[in-house]
Design a protein around this ligand. Structure first.
Ligand code: ASP
Length: 321
């Protein structure tokens, strides 16, 4: 397994370089095998505690962080806003300080506010992992997407990646653009004008408003749902209208490169951004993404816990004088 990881937290792809990404993906290659064994457990994080704090809905991310921790033998606790003291008016900081006093090693946070995990990381000592903050970043999603892309093409460089959907409100689009830029792939954002951020070009993406040109020659066709929970007012005339202009079906595949793959971070809205036959087609790697999600999260937990262990050892040595 790889040498020490240089980060204490995983807050965004913006903090990583190519080497960091490769280190995580290489570790995930080893961990994906664990999930395929009859006994899906290794003792790597025995004695470590992971707290998952999900203040926004989640199926894939929450479940896969939980499985990732359990497959590494960590103790995993899940907290959601509805069943916790957050619903009684406790602040995010007080909740985090309270949980920190129980001495977890790693905390995973999903929150509707952009920057929430960064704020928490400034106030607590254990490692913080961003499980998705508002429309800002979703680093483990981009890492698992990178894992699936690397598996399909053997590289993350020199590819054309079309990301189609509600770009404005998508943390997945932002994290993917940042990661693919590190490796020199071309990122294309495609959305109606009302769902395209005005600063899209500053994210190093090419901007498209027509589906066919965005998909033309693309190696990866990544679809995003409309982030209804973040839409302020109607930004598309109707779902039917949106699907007519931006819904991707199998007939669009012929526009992409001959080896094009179809991705979606989930949850899918079949019949809106993706036609059902395409979602279930041979070109779709959507379930590979889900499988990669557990392995990548195992890798992230492992590498950050390793960093924590290294720090504790240094601390212990300096304390001993
Ligand atoms: N699951 C992804 C996220 O949490 C994508 C989505 O919800 O549309 O950002």
């Amino acid at each position: 397994m790889s040498a020490g990881f240089r980060h204490h937290n995983l807050l965004g792809i913006a903090d990583l370089n190519r080497e960091d990404v490769n280190q995580i993906l290489d570790a995930a290659e080893l961990f994906i095998e664990v999930s395929r064994r009859p006994v899906r457990k290794v003792p790597t994080l025995r004695g470590k505690t992971v707290i998952n704090m999900f203040f926004e809905a989640s199926t894939r991310t929450r479940t896969s962080f939980e499985l990732a921790g359990k497959r590494l033998s960590a103790d995993v606790v899940n907290i959601s806003s509805s069943g916790s003291s957050v619903s009684k008016g406790e602040s995010l900081l007080d909740t985090c300080k309270t949980l920190e006093a129980m001495r977890p090693d790693l905390v995973v946070i999903r929150h509707a506010a952009s920057g929430a995990p960064h704020f928490v990381a400034q106030h607590i000592g254990c490692s913080v992992i961003n499980g998705g903050d508002g429309a800002h970043e979703h680093p483990t999603q981009a890492l698992l997407d990178a894992f699936a892309i690397r598996k399909a093409f053997g590289t993350l460089s020199g590819l054309k990646v079309a990301i189609i959907g509600d770009i404005t409100h998508s943390r997945v689009a932002r994290s993917n653009a940042a990661l693919l830029k590190l490796f020199g792939s071309e990122v294309r954002f495609c959305a109606p004008r009302t769902l395209m951020p005005s600063h899209a070009e500053t994210l190093d993406a090419k901007v498209f408003h027509a589906l066919r040109s965005a998909i033309s020659g693309a190696d990866v066709i990544m679809l995003l749902r409309l982030q209804k929970e973040r839409l302020e007012g109607p930004l598309v005339p109707s779902l039917r209208e949106y699907a007519r202009h931006f819904g991707v079906s199998q007939k669009h595949l012929e526009l992409g490169s001959s080896r094009a793959i179809v991705m979606h971070p989930g949850p899918m809205n079949r019949g809106v951004e993706i036609h059902t036959a395409l979602a279930d087609s041979e070109r779709s790697v959507i379930l590979d993404q889900v499988e990669a999600g557990v392995a990548v999260r195992m890798a992230v937990l492992y590498l950050l816990a390793k960093e924590v262990r290294a720090q504790t050892a240094t601390q212990a040595a300096s304390d001993a004088g």
